[in-house]
Write a protein that binds this ligand. Structure first.
Ligand SMILES: [Zn+2]
Length: 217
C-alpha cells in the first residue's frame, strides 16, 4: 500500500482537542508517525483512536508533562501546555511518541490477554509498557522506573499480593505510593520483572506485548 494511504489511515485516528492552532499540525504528524511505527512494531493492524487534549497542571504528575490512559478502544493523552517546565520540542520529540508506544502496548494487551485483573497482571502490564519505552530509548526521562531503595525487599513484599484482585487501594498503594511503599514502585518492579524475563529469553517485542503475566513471572 502507498505510504500516503497508510499515513492517512493513522492520521484519521488522531483527535486533537485544545492545543494552540499553530501547533496542531506538528502534534498531528508526530502522533500519526508514532502510532504507525508502534502498530508495525507490535503487529497490531486494526489501529486505535487517540485523543490528545490539554489539561490542568494539577491533573498531571509534577514530574511529568503528559499523562496517558488506554482502553481497548482508545488512548487518551492529557498534556499541560502552560506548565512552566513544559517544552514543546521535548513534547514532540520525546514525550508524545514514547507515551503512544507505552499506551499502545496496553491497548494490544487489552485486545489479546485482556485487562489486568490481579496485581501481578497489572505489574506486568505496566512493566511491559515501561520496558518498551526504556528499551526503544524514545524518552530518557522516565522517572516512574527510576531505581528505588530496597527493591529486593519490595519484590518479596509485593509477591504476597500478586493474586489479589485489583482494587483502588491495592492499585494506588503500589503505583502511587503510601507511607510504607515508595511512589511508582509498581512501575519499577513491573519493569524489573519484564526486563529480567526478556534478558533471559530474548523475546521479541511483538511477542512480549501479547504474553500472559504468569508466563512472564
Ligand atoms: Zn501504563
Amino acid at each position: 500500500m502507498r505510504l500516503d494511504i497508510v499515513m492517512d489511515k493513522y492520521k484519521k485516528l488522531i483527535h486533537i482537542i485544545g492545543p494552540h492552532e499553530n501547533k496542531r499540525e506538528e502534534i498531528l504528524s508526530c502522533a500519526t508517525n508514532a502510532l504507525r511505527h508502534a502498530s508495525i512494531l507490535f503487529k497490531f493492524e486494526k489501529g486505535v483512536d487517540i485523543v490528545i487534549f490539554d489539561s490542568e497542571e494539577w491533573d498531571i504528575h509534577p514530574k511529568l508533562h503528559i499523562s496517558g490512559h488506554a482502553r481497548i478502544y482508545y488512548i487518551e493523552i492529557k498534556v499541560c501546555h502552560y506548565k512552566k517546565s513544559f517544552n514543546f520540542e521535548n513534547f514532540i520529540k520525546y514525550e508524545l511518541p514514547s507515551t503512544i508506544f507505552h499506551e499502545l502496548s496496553h491497548v494490544v494487551r487489552a485486545n489479546t490477554v485482556g485487562y489486568p485483573e490481579t496485581l501481578l497482571e497489572e505489574l506486568v502490564d505496566e512493566g511491559i509498557s515501561c520496558y518498551i519505552e526504556k528499551t526503544l530509548g524514545l524518552n530518557n526521562n522516565l522517572p516512574y522506573i527510576d531505581k528505588i531503595n530496597d527493591e529486593e525487599k519490595l519484590i518479596n513484599e509485593v509477591r504476597k499480593f500478586f493474586d489479589l484482585k485489583l482494587s483502588t487501594k491495592l492499585h494506588n498503594d503500589w503505583f502511587y505510593g503510601t507511607a510504607s511503599i515508595p511512589e511508582w514502585a509498581g512501575y519499577r518492579l513491573g519493569y524489573k520483572i519484564v526486563e529480567s524475563f526478556v534478558n533471559k529469553h530474548n523475546t521479541p517485542l511483538d511477542i512480549l506485548v501479547g504474553m500472559k503475566a504468569k508466563d512472564i513471572y
